[in-house]
Ligand binder design. Sequence first.
Ligand code: 1HN
Length: 348
Amino acid sequence: MSTQLGTLEELPLAYRQAMEAASVGPLWPQMRNALPHGAPKPVTRTHLWAYQDIRPLVIQAGELTPVEKAERRVLFLIDPGRGLSAMQATSTIYAGLQLLNPGETAPAHKHTPSAARIVVEGEGAYTVVDGEKLPMLAGDLILTPTGCWHDHGHSGTAPVIWLDALDLPLFMYLEGSYAVEAKLQAPRNRPDPSEVEYATAGLAPPRRRDAKPPSSFPQMRYPWARTEAALRRMAPHYEGQAVELDYINPETGEHCMHVLGFTAMMLRPGEVLRPVLRSSSALFHVVSGSGTSLVNGVRHDWTSKDSFSAPVFAEIEHRNEGSEPAFLIRVHDQPLQEKLGYYEERAR
Ligand code: 1HN
Protein backbone atom coordinates (compact mmCIF):
# COMPACT_ATOMS: atom_id res chain seq x y z
CA MET A 1 0.00 0.00 0.00
CA SER A 2 1.46 3.35 -1.01
CA THR A 3 -0.37 6.50 0.06
CA GLN A 4 0.51 9.85 -1.47
CA LEU A 5 2.01 11.78 1.42
CA GLY A 6 1.55 15.51 2.11
CA THR A 7 4.10 17.97 0.73
CA LEU A 8 5.86 20.98 2.23
CA GLU A 9 4.16 23.30 -0.28
CA GLU A 10 0.71 22.32 1.00
CA LEU A 11 1.53 23.79 4.40
CA PRO A 12 0.75 27.48 5.15
CA LEU A 13 3.77 29.75 4.69
CA ALA A 14 3.46 31.15 8.21
CA TYR A 15 3.53 27.60 9.64
CA ARG A 16 6.63 26.73 7.60
CA GLN A 17 8.36 29.89 8.81
CA ALA A 18 7.39 29.15 12.42
CA MET A 19 8.81 25.63 12.13
CA GLU A 20 12.03 27.00 10.66
CA ALA A 21 12.34 29.58 13.45
CA ALA A 22 11.89 26.77 16.00
CA SER A 23 14.47 24.55 14.23
CA VAL A 24 12.02 21.73 13.54
CA GLY A 25 10.72 20.20 10.33
CA PRO A 26 7.87 17.90 9.20
CA LEU A 27 8.84 14.29 8.52
CA TRP A 28 6.08 13.35 6.08
CA PRO A 29 7.36 15.25 3.00
CA GLN A 30 10.73 13.49 3.53
CA MET A 31 9.39 10.05 4.42
CA ARG A 32 9.86 8.42 0.99
CA ASN A 33 13.36 9.88 0.66
CA ALA A 34 14.32 8.53 4.06
CA LEU A 35 12.69 5.13 3.44
CA PRO A 36 12.22 4.32 -0.25
CA HIS A 37 10.09 1.22 -0.83
CA GLY A 38 11.72 -2.14 -1.57
CA ALA A 39 15.34 -1.13 -2.08
CA PRO A 40 17.59 1.87 -1.44
CA LYS A 41 17.84 4.64 -4.04
CA PRO A 42 21.59 5.08 -4.38
CA VAL A 43 23.18 8.52 -4.78
CA THR A 44 26.31 6.85 -6.19
CA ARG A 45 26.59 6.72 -9.98
CA THR A 46 28.80 4.12 -11.57
CA HIS A 47 31.94 5.57 -13.12
CA LEU A 48 35.13 4.39 -14.85
CA TRP A 49 38.40 6.10 -13.90
CA ALA A 50 40.75 5.32 -16.79
CA TYR A 51 44.35 5.16 -15.60
CA GLN A 52 45.71 6.63 -18.82
CA ASP A 53 43.71 9.82 -18.15
CA ILE A 54 44.63 10.16 -14.49
CA ARG A 55 48.27 9.02 -14.50
CA PRO A 56 49.61 12.22 -16.17
CA LEU A 57 47.80 14.32 -13.55
CA VAL A 58 49.25 12.22 -10.74
CA ILE A 59 52.77 12.55 -12.19
CA GLN A 60 52.20 16.31 -12.58
CA ALA A 61 51.20 16.56 -8.91
CA GLY A 62 54.75 15.38 -8.18
CA GLU A 63 56.13 18.40 -10.07
CA LEU A 64 53.66 20.92 -8.64
CA THR A 65 53.59 19.91 -4.98
CA PRO A 66 56.57 18.56 -3.04
CA VAL A 67 55.64 15.61 -0.85
CA GLU A 68 56.50 17.68 2.27
CA LYS A 69 53.69 20.05 1.29
CA ALA A 70 51.24 17.22 0.76
CA GLU A 71 51.97 14.65 3.47
CA ARG A 72 50.17 12.21 1.16
CA ARG A 73 50.26 13.19 -2.53
CA VAL A 74 46.96 11.83 -3.78
CA LEU A 75 44.32 12.52 -6.40
CA PHE A 76 41.07 11.07 -5.06
CA LEU A 77 38.29 9.55 -7.15
CA ILE A 78 35.04 11.54 -7.24
CA ASP A 79 31.64 9.88 -7.59
CA PRO A 80 29.74 11.81 -10.30
CA GLY A 81 26.56 11.29 -8.26
CA ARG A 82 27.99 13.63 -5.61
CA GLY A 83 29.57 17.10 -5.65
CA LEU A 84 33.12 17.74 -6.83
CA SER A 85 34.35 18.06 -3.27
CA ALA A 86 33.07 14.59 -2.32
CA MET A 87 35.95 12.40 -1.18
CA GLN A 88 33.89 9.37 -2.10
CA ALA A 89 33.90 6.81 -4.90
CA THR A 90 30.79 5.20 -3.37
CA SER A 91 28.81 5.83 -0.17
CA THR A 92 31.44 4.10 1.97
CA ILE A 93 34.55 3.84 -0.19
CA TYR A 94 37.17 6.58 -0.42
CA ALA A 95 39.77 5.84 -3.11
CA GLY A 96 42.71 7.78 -4.48
CA LEU A 97 45.87 7.37 -6.51
CA GLN A 98 48.99 8.18 -4.49
CA LEU A 99 52.40 9.07 -5.94
CA LEU A 100 55.76 8.54 -4.27
CA ASN A 101 58.89 9.50 -6.20
CA PRO A 102 62.29 7.87 -5.63
CA GLY A 103 63.91 9.07 -2.41
CA GLU A 104 60.71 10.59 -1.02
CA THR A 105 59.14 9.68 2.29
CA ALA A 106 55.62 10.20 3.62
CA PRO A 107 55.71 10.80 7.40
CA ALA A 108 54.35 8.40 10.01
CA HIS A 109 50.86 8.78 11.36
CA LYS A 110 48.00 6.66 12.62
CA HIS A 111 44.32 7.38 12.36
CA THR A 112 40.85 6.08 13.08
CA PRO A 113 39.94 5.21 9.45
CA SER A 114 41.50 2.04 7.99
CA ALA A 115 43.34 1.99 4.69
CA ALA A 116 44.42 -0.59 2.15
CA ARG A 117 46.71 -0.02 -0.79
CA ILE A 118 46.71 -1.79 -4.13
CA VAL A 119 50.02 -1.20 -5.91
CA VAL A 120 49.43 0.01 -9.46
CA GLU A 121 52.83 0.79 -10.95
CA GLY A 122 56.54 0.91 -10.15
CA GLU A 123 58.80 -0.86 -7.71
CA GLY A 124 61.12 -0.01 -4.83
CA ALA A 125 58.55 1.62 -2.54
CA TYR A 126 57.64 0.22 0.85
CA THR A 127 55.23 0.93 3.65
CA VAL A 128 56.15 0.46 7.30
CA VAL A 129 53.10 -0.65 9.33
CA ASP A 130 53.60 -0.91 13.10
CA GLY A 131 57.33 -1.44 12.56
CA GLU A 132 56.93 -4.10 9.85
CA LYS A 133 58.54 -3.12 6.54
CA LEU A 134 56.28 -4.20 3.70
CA PRO A 135 57.59 -4.18 0.14
CA MET A 136 55.13 -2.82 -2.42
CA LEU A 137 54.97 -4.82 -5.65
CA ALA A 138 52.41 -4.42 -8.42
CA GLY A 139 49.02 -5.87 -7.41
CA ASP A 140 49.95 -6.38 -3.73
CA LEU A 141 47.23 -5.59 -1.22
CA ILE A 142 48.72 -3.90 1.84
CA LEU A 143 46.66 -3.11 4.93
CA THR A 144 46.97 -0.26 7.39
CA PRO A 145 44.10 -1.05 9.76
CA THR A 146 42.67 1.47 12.21
CA GLY A 147 45.18 2.71 14.76
CA CYS A 148 48.28 1.23 13.09
CA TRP A 149 51.28 3.49 12.55
CA HIS A 150 52.28 3.81 8.91
CA ASP A 151 54.79 5.70 6.81
CA HIS A 152 55.94 5.23 3.22
CA GLY A 153 59.40 5.27 1.62
CA HIS A 154 60.90 4.66 -1.81
CA SER A 155 64.39 3.33 -2.55
CA GLY A 156 63.77 2.58 -6.24
CA THR A 157 64.44 4.61 -9.37
CA ALA A 158 61.03 5.35 -10.95
CA PRO A 159 57.75 6.78 -9.61
CA VAL A 160 55.51 4.41 -7.67
CA ILE A 161 51.74 4.86 -7.80
CA TRP A 162 49.23 2.97 -5.71
CA LEU A 163 45.48 3.03 -5.14
CA ASP A 164 44.44 3.82 -1.56
CA ALA A 165 41.04 2.54 -0.39
CA LEU A 166 39.79 3.85 2.95
CA ASP A 167 36.61 3.70 5.01
CA LEU A 168 37.03 7.46 5.45
CA PRO A 169 33.47 8.51 4.41
CA LEU A 170 32.01 6.56 7.33
CA PHE A 171 34.47 8.06 9.81
CA MET A 172 33.74 11.57 8.56
CA TYR A 173 30.01 10.89 8.86
CA LEU A 174 30.57 9.58 12.40
CA GLU A 175 32.62 12.70 13.27
CA GLY A 176 35.22 10.12 14.27
CA SER A 177 38.06 10.86 11.87
CA TYR A 178 41.40 12.04 13.26
CA ALA A 179 45.12 11.32 13.03
CA VAL A 180 48.17 11.39 15.32
CA GLU A 181 51.60 12.14 13.83
CA ALA A 182 55.06 10.83 14.69
CA LYS A 183 58.59 10.48 13.35
CA LEU A 184 59.41 7.84 10.71
CA GLN A 185 59.42 4.39 12.26
CA ALA A 186 62.56 2.30 12.64
CA PRO A 187 61.53 -0.86 10.78
CA ARG A 188 62.38 -4.29 12.19
CA ASN A 189 65.02 -5.94 10.06
CA ARG A 190 63.16 -9.11 9.09
CA PRO A 191 60.75 -10.32 6.41
CA ASP A 192 57.09 -9.46 7.10
CA PRO A 193 54.75 -12.25 8.34
CA SER A 194 53.26 -12.83 4.86
CA GLU A 195 56.70 -14.14 3.89
CA VAL A 196 57.14 -16.30 7.00
CA GLU A 197 54.29 -17.46 9.33
CA TYR A 198 51.51 -17.01 6.78
CA ALA A 199 53.42 -17.92 3.62
CA THR A 200 51.29 -21.03 3.07
CA ALA A 201 47.50 -21.08 3.16
CA GLY A 202 46.09 -23.31 5.92
CA LEU A 203 49.18 -23.07 8.11
CA ALA A 204 49.37 -20.67 11.06
CA PRO A 205 51.55 -20.48 14.17
CA PRO A 206 50.28 -22.66 17.10
CA ARG A 207 50.69 -19.79 19.59
CA ARG A 208 47.21 -18.58 18.78
CA ARG A 209 45.68 -21.55 20.64
CA ASP A 210 47.39 -20.53 23.88
CA ALA A 211 47.27 -16.78 23.69
CA LYS A 212 45.75 -14.03 21.69
CA PRO A 213 47.55 -13.31 18.43
CA PRO A 214 50.07 -10.47 18.80
CA SER A 215 47.77 -8.25 16.76
CA SER A 216 44.17 -8.26 15.52
CA PHE A 217 45.71 -7.86 12.06
CA PRO A 218 48.48 -10.49 11.87
CA GLN A 219 48.97 -10.25 8.11
CA MET A 220 49.31 -6.81 6.55
CA ARG A 221 50.50 -7.77 3.08
CA TYR A 222 48.96 -10.10 0.48
CA PRO A 223 51.53 -10.54 -2.30
CA TRP A 224 49.86 -10.46 -5.73
CA ALA A 225 52.04 -13.22 -7.23
CA ARG A 226 50.47 -15.72 -4.81
CA THR A 227 46.96 -14.39 -5.28
CA GLU A 228 47.15 -14.67 -9.05
CA ALA A 229 48.65 -18.17 -8.82
CA ALA A 230 45.79 -19.26 -6.53
CA LEU A 231 43.14 -17.92 -8.94
CA ARG A 232 44.79 -19.58 -11.95
CA ARG A 233 45.03 -22.89 -10.11
CA MET A 234 41.39 -22.69 -9.08
CA ALA A 235 39.88 -21.69 -12.42
CA PRO A 236 39.86 -25.05 -14.27
CA HIS A 237 38.15 -26.78 -11.32
CA TYR A 238 35.28 -24.30 -10.99
CA GLU A 239 33.77 -24.63 -14.44
CA GLY A 240 30.67 -22.43 -14.74
CA GLN A 241 31.41 -20.66 -11.44
CA ALA A 242 33.03 -17.35 -10.57
CA VAL A 243 36.73 -17.51 -9.72
CA GLU A 244 36.87 -15.19 -6.73
CA LEU A 245 38.79 -15.34 -3.44
CA ASP A 246 38.29 -13.34 -0.23
CA TYR A 247 41.19 -11.62 1.46
CA ILE A 248 40.91 -12.92 5.02
CA ASN A 249 42.60 -12.64 8.38
CA PRO A 250 44.59 -15.93 8.50
CA GLU A 251 44.09 -16.32 12.27
CA THR A 252 40.31 -15.90 12.32
CA GLY A 253 39.08 -16.54 8.78
CA GLU A 254 37.15 -13.25 9.00
CA HIS A 255 37.32 -10.36 6.55
CA CYS A 256 40.81 -8.86 6.68
CA MET A 257 39.53 -5.52 8.06
CA HIS A 258 36.52 -4.18 10.00
CA VAL A 259 34.66 -2.04 7.46
CA LEU A 260 35.95 -2.66 3.94
CA GLY A 261 36.48 -6.09 2.42
CA PHE A 262 38.49 -7.21 -0.59
CA THR A 263 38.26 -10.01 -3.11
CA ALA A 264 40.48 -11.05 -6.00
CA MET A 265 38.70 -12.15 -9.18
CA MET A 266 39.77 -13.85 -12.36
CA LEU A 267 37.69 -13.58 -15.52
CA ARG A 268 38.56 -16.38 -17.88
CA PRO A 269 38.93 -15.64 -21.61
CA GLY A 270 35.40 -15.59 -23.05
CA GLU A 271 33.75 -15.53 -19.62
CA VAL A 272 30.53 -13.61 -18.93
CA LEU A 273 29.84 -13.19 -15.22
CA ARG A 274 26.54 -11.92 -13.77
CA PRO A 275 26.93 -11.80 -9.99
CA VAL A 276 23.95 -11.72 -7.63
CA LEU A 277 22.67 -8.28 -6.61
CA ARG A 278 24.46 -7.30 -3.43
CA SER A 279 23.50 -4.68 -0.85
CA SER A 280 27.19 -3.69 -0.72
CA SER A 281 28.75 -1.05 -2.96
CA ALA A 282 32.02 -1.74 -4.75
CA LEU A 283 35.08 -0.37 -6.45
CA PHE A 284 36.68 -2.70 -8.99
CA HIS A 285 40.38 -2.26 -9.73
CA VAL A 286 41.86 -3.97 -12.77
CA VAL A 287 45.21 -5.55 -11.93
CA SER A 288 45.72 -6.85 -15.46
CA GLY A 289 43.83 -7.72 -18.62
CA SER A 290 40.93 -5.97 -20.24
CA GLY A 291 37.20 -6.41 -20.64
CA THR A 292 33.80 -4.78 -20.48
CA SER A 293 31.40 -4.38 -17.59
CA LEU A 294 27.79 -3.27 -17.63
CA VAL A 295 26.81 -1.63 -14.36
CA ASN A 296 23.11 -0.72 -14.22
CA GLY A 297 23.18 -0.60 -18.02
CA VAL A 298 26.22 1.72 -18.21
CA ARG A 299 29.04 0.21 -20.23
CA HIS A 300 32.66 0.46 -19.08
CA ASP A 301 35.43 -0.76 -21.38
CA TRP A 302 38.30 -1.26 -18.99
CA THR A 303 41.92 -2.20 -19.18
CA SER A 304 44.84 -2.80 -16.85
CA LYS A 305 45.11 -0.29 -13.92
CA ASP A 306 41.63 1.22 -14.44
CA SER A 307 39.04 1.41 -11.65
CA PHE A 308 35.24 1.50 -11.81
CA SER A 309 32.50 1.77 -9.22
CA ALA A 310 29.18 0.04 -8.57
CA PRO A 311 26.46 1.39 -6.26
CA VAL A 312 24.51 -0.78 -3.83
CA PHE A 313 22.28 -3.44 -5.46
CA ALA A 314 23.85 -2.77 -8.87
CA GLU A 315 23.07 -5.09 -11.77
CA ILE A 316 26.53 -6.06 -12.96
CA GLU A 317 27.76 -8.04 -15.94
CA HIS A 318 31.49 -8.56 -16.53
CA ARG A 319 32.78 -9.78 -19.88
CA ASN A 320 36.24 -10.85 -20.92
CA GLU A 321 36.24 -11.10 -24.70
CA GLY A 322 40.04 -11.28 -24.93
CA SER A 323 42.30 -14.31 -25.13
CA GLU A 324 44.07 -13.72 -21.78
CA PRO A 325 42.55 -13.93 -18.30
CA ALA A 326 41.70 -10.63 -16.61
CA PHE A 327 42.35 -10.05 -12.90
CA LEU A 328 40.44 -7.59 -10.74
CA ILE A 329 40.36 -6.67 -7.07
CA ARG A 330 36.90 -5.84 -5.71
CA VAL A 331 36.78 -3.44 -2.77
CA HIS A 332 33.42 -3.63 -0.97
CA ASP A 333 31.67 -2.75 2.27
CA GLN A 334 30.16 -6.15 3.11
CA PRO A 335 32.03 -6.38 6.47
CA LEU A 336 30.38 -3.15 7.62
CA GLN A 337 26.94 -4.23 6.43
CA GLU A 338 27.30 -7.61 8.16
CA LYS A 339 28.19 -5.89 11.42
CA LEU A 340 25.13 -3.67 11.03
CA GLY A 341 23.06 -6.78 10.33
CA TYR A 342 21.70 -5.93 6.89
CA TYR A 343 24.04 -7.40 4.25
CA GLU A 344 21.86 -9.02 1.60
CA GLU A 345 22.16 -10.81 -1.74
CA ARG A 346 19.30 -11.08 -4.23
CA ALA A 347 19.09 -13.58 -7.08
CA ARG A 348 18.58 -12.04 -10.52
C1 1HN B 1 46.24 8.37 4.41
O1 1HN B 1 46.69 8.29 5.67
C2 1HN B 1 46.95 7.81 3.37
O2 1HN B 1 48.65 6.95 4.76
C3 1HN B 1 46.46 7.88 2.08
O3 1HN B 1 48.97 6.88 2.67
C4 1HN B 1 45.27 8.48 1.82
C5 1HN B 1 43.33 9.69 2.58
C6 1HN B 1 42.62 10.27 3.58
C7 1HN B 1 43.06 10.22 4.88
C8 1HN B 1 44.25 9.59 5.18
C9 1HN B 1 48.28 7.17 3.63
C10 1HN B 1 44.53 9.05 2.85
C11 1HN B 1 45.01 9.00 4.15
